[in-house]
Design a protein around this ligand. Structure first.
Ligand code: GLN
Length: 491
């Protein structure tokens, strides 16, 4: 069995009877067990649960009641609640916490017959761009174990790059699906805000959080999307936008014949290219040429408020995090300090012990910007700038169908390099936070290598244009083979 077989290839082989779902799960579990002491891409491996699910899937396949992805293995970022399997969110606060229910995304994939191999490593509460903020230690980048895999969905991206899983889930609040995908040479889709239910996804910044898939090719993202997208009455901001076009795309996938829609216009926002590193600029130039060869018309455009996106994001995301994380008080669930002397002591010590440095930084800055006297100067102002950033996108999408940009400003950086410098760490998110603030979908796709490290392009589209993004990404992959290159050492 090829460790780098796509979900589509595995689905065909499974339905053809080349192997059973149990055999498929066993093989993947063995690879995960072998790699995890070094790569550290999994926080929890759920072998027993997986084999039970796989046996049930084999029965469904034999009975002829299987769906297209029944029996195929996957991993969930450890931010999604899984009934019976611990959900740590990368934090000591939730170490050993077992959710009493499944996130909607997890429940839907379980119902589809998919097999959960385990829960992937991540920055604590999804705060970070390097996976170094995990209570369970950093994940290594399979392309170069001295480097970070990106974050916060670093475990999912690294597991894919190392051939440990054919598909994985992630969340993206300001880039956490796209940036690790780019650093690990895999693909990731941040859907439109509201497209995928947030129910059972541990909350970071509720107005930005988006669940979505990571995979080794875009067609596999398209296979998963219709299963996880769609209205959920249990998420108050879930969108009622129909998912029929996503369903049709997944049903009629012919990735080798993918084409760009005729007359597609792609904008290149000048603010994303202004100070771009030379080697990365060459990769993006080649990507532009490939898209033009496929029939796209590329034009330069401007998104004038781009430079304000990082400060705006860090004010809003931290403010929302400070309120969301107030629920971890040592009383109801999560870490509780030993022998509290009174209620204040319980709160203070439980939170001091349970949260790591970056999470504390966000709670403190978020609380500050929401406090009386500073609220208007920071939080209200950030909301206004957020609107300007969104309006930039809405205006530009009157003239172009999609936008092409880099995903991250550089390839994966060395472990420890940015850890002591939060501002430089936050600058990693310069190209991903604008789409998050606007709530628009964005796709990361491998588009080159710099000194042996993968880099990714980013395609952004108007709200609910996931189908257009996936089609463009698949067309790009008919002309390129970056997604078919894999690291030599796989952990
Ligand atoms: N790197 C960003 C942050 O630290 C984005 C994280 C995310 O998307 N979850 O907030």
């Amino acid at each position: 069995m090829d460790a780098f077989a796509s979900l589509g290839q595995l689905a065909r082989a499974l339905n053809h009877g080349d192997f059973s779902s149990v055999e498929l799960a066993q093989e993947h579990l063995a690879r995960i067990e072998a790699s995890n002491p070094t790569l550290n891409s999994f926080i929890t491996v759920s072998a027993e649960h997986a084999l039970t699910q796989a046996a049930a899937a084999d029965e469904r396949i034999a009975a002829g009641t299987a769906g297209p992805l029944t029996g195929l293995p996957l991993a969930h970022k450890d931010i999604f609640c899984t009934d019976g399997i611990r959900t740590s969110c990368g934090s000591r606060m939730l170490d050993n916490w077992i959710a009493p229910y499944d996130a909607t995304l997890v429940a839907r994939l379980n119902d589809a017959g998919m097999v959960t191999l385990g829960k992937t490593n991540m920055d604590e509460f999804a705060m970070g761009s390097s996976n170094e903020n995990s209570y369970y230690g950093p994940v290594l980048n399979p392309w170069d174990p001295t480097r970070v895999p990106g974050g916060s969905s670093g475990g999912s991206a690294a597991a894919l790059a190392a051939g440990l899983v054919p598909i994985a889930t992630g969340t993206d609040t300001g880039g956490s699906i796209r940036q690790p995908a780019a650093f690990c040479g895999v693909c990731g889709l941040k859907p439109s805000y509201g497209r995928v239910s947030r129910y059972g996804m541990v909350a970071f910044a509720s107005s930005l959080d988006a669940g979505g898939p990571l995979a080794r090719d875009v067609a596999d993202l398209a296979r998963l999307m219709p299963l996880i997208a769609g209205f959920d009455p249990r998420d108050s901001t879930s969108s009622e936008q129909p998912v029929d076009r996503l369903e049709a795309l997944a049903l009629n996938l012919d990735e080798s014949a993918a084409m760009l829609p005729p007359g597609l216009t792609i904008g290149l926002p000048e603010e994303y290219f202004a100070d771009l590193d030379g080697a990365l600029a060459v990769c993006l130039d080649q990507a532009r040429a490939t898209l033009e060869k496929l029939g796209a018309r590329c034009v330069d455009v401007s998104l004038p408020h781009t430079a304000a996106a990082i400060p705006t994001y860090y004010v809003i995301a931290s403010a929302e995090a400070s309120t969301n994380l107030s629920r971890y008080d040592g009383a109801r669930f999560g870490h509780r300090c030993a022998h509290p002397t009174n209620l204040d002591d319980l709160y203070q010590r439980s939170r001091s012990e349970g949260f790591g440095r970056e999470v504390k930084r966000r709670i403190l800055t978020g609380t500050y910007t929401l406090s009386v006297g500073y609220y208007d100067a920071y939080y209200v102002k950030a909301q206004r700038v957020r609107r300007l950033i969104r309006d930039d996108f809405l205006r530009v999408f009157e003239d172009v169908d999609l936008l092409l940009a880099p995903t991250a400003p550089n390839p994966a950086f060395p472990l420890d390099q940015l850890l002591a410098d939060p501002i430089r760490m936050y600058q990693q998110d310069a190209f991903t936070v604008p789409a998050s603030l606007a709530g628009i979908p964005a796709l990361a796709v491998p588009c080159g290598m710099i000194d042996g490290l993968p880099v990714g392009l980013q395609l952004m589209g108007p709200h609910f244009s996931e189908v257009e993004l996936l089609e463009a990404g698949m067309a790009f992959q008919t002309e390129t083979d970056w997604h078919q290159q894999h690291p030599e050492a796989t952990g």
